[in-house]
Design a protein around this ligand. Structure first.
Ligand code: NAD
Length: 360
């Protein structure tokens, strides 16, 4: 297979972690007999510096032509007080919109070697392996009417939570498809005891489930889900939820994994005729200006994003599993960056990338 991938290193530690992710991508492709075609583009602060725009037209076209896009992170302190339209983050939002990536997937896995880094008791976290499927382009973050009006005692603020049946159907189907490649269980999370919006969500998800009789479906109210995530995280396989609930629950899930530098993410759009999903892959962390340029950043979130890309955009499950196994081997060896508090001197970003390639 030829893997046609666009790399958008971005700002801060973005270029450092993507360099290691690319190294691992090349290594896993060579091991399994695939070829890799890479293009590199500008996004974020670096793109503003070179072209005046956080998302140059050329980058957009490259992303539309690639099979998958791997991103580092965007954001530079010098743009912190710039108007929203001229900020690096605007480029990322524009890219997500242009690619139509409506589902954000966050795998949450407790690595054996990091159990002590979790604030939860080891026996609770051990064996956790779930994926949170968050709807990314609808719900209360986008609904209208919205705004603040009135003055004094009359002042009021309105946000609107809107979902249409097709929006719920497509994200539900994606969750069920993913569950088929895992332990075949979907937990749909809503607030249907209070919100009409959630009542529609629950009804449509239940109807969609009939197309997937081999996948078990259960429903949880979001408040109970928040509790179960820390009481019994192993009960979850695929967690399906709307935009705002997913935003909150996925940060709670992140605590289970140890460090923010560990976490990969995938934002997925429609399926291509080949069956592959359009995808944008990036570590969850930002550009970390405090450690940029020092070869200190943990590249494992970016490397895990390569595993997600192999699995979702290319359907290469064995290759994805090999990358994840190599990450685990490196964690177990203790050759990790400072954020994971190794017993000895911390490894550099590039040493960790090389160690993952060696483990592969
Ligand atoms: P951040 O994730 O960049 O950093 C938070 C803390 O975590 C810092 O102390 C940093 O050193 C540490 N950290 C982050 N990634 C790490 C890694 N891989 N290895 C080791 N330590 C790591 O969040 P922030 O400081 O709030 O934001 C910095 C910039 O990044 C801002 O401009 C923000 O807008 C941007 N940002 C971008 C994205 C994105 O591109 N998707 C996401 C979040 C923040």
């Amino acid at each position: 297979m030829n893997l046609n991938v666009l790399i958008l290193p971005g700002d801060g530690i973005g270029p450092e972690v993507t360099a290691e992710a690319v190294r691992v991508l090349r290594a896993v492709a060579a091991k399994f007999g695939h070829t890799v075609t890479l293009h590199e583009g500008l996004l974020g602060g670096v793109a503003i510096h070179r072209t005046g725009s956080p998302l140059p037209e050329e980058t957009l076209q490259m992303a539309l032509n690639a099979d998958a896009t791997l991103m580092g992170a965007v954001g530079l302190p010098e743009f912190d007080s710039a108007p929203p339209d001229q900020r690096p983050e605007k480029g990322l939002l524009g890219l997500r919109k242009a690619l139509g990536v409506f589902a954000n997937l966050r795998p949450v896995k407790a690595f054996a070697a990091l159990l002590d880094s979790s604030p939860l008791k080891n026996h609770l976290v051990e064996g956790t392996d779930m994926i949170i499927v968050r709807e990314l382009t609808g719900g209360i973050y986008y609904g209208t009417p919205r705004g603040i009006s009135g003055v004094g005692a009359e002042e009021r603020a309105v946000n609107t939570m809107v979902y249409t049946r097709p929006e719920i159907e497509r994200i539900a189907r994606m969750a069920f498809h993913l569950a088929r490649g895992r332990r075949r269980k979907v937990t749909s999370v809503d607030k249907s005891n209070v919100l009409e919006n959630s009542q529609l969500w629950r009804r449509v998800v239940t109807e969609a489930a009939r197309e997937f009789p081999d996948v078990e479906l259960d429903h949880l109210l979001v408040d109970n889900c928040a509790m179960q995530l820390v009481l019994n995280p192993r009960r979850f396989d695929v967690v399906l939820t709307e935009n705002m609930f997913g935003d909150i629950l996925s940060d709670e899930g992140a605590v289970l994994a140890g460090s923010i530098g560990m976490l990969p993410s995938a934002s997925i759009g429609d399926r291509r005729p080949s069956g592959a999903w359009v995808g944008l892959y990036e570590p969850v962390h930002g550009s970390a200006p405090d450690i940029a340029g020092q070869n200190k950043a943990n590249p494992l979130g970016a490397i895990g994003s390569v595993a997600a890309m192999l699995e979702y955009s290319f359907g290469l499950k064995e290759e994805a599993a090999a990358v994840n196994r190599a990450i685990e081997a490196v964690l177990a060896s203790g050759k990790v960056t400072a954020d994971l508090k190794p017993p000895g001197p911390p490894a550099t970003t590039s040493e960790v990338g090389q160690a993952v390639c060696d483990a592969l």
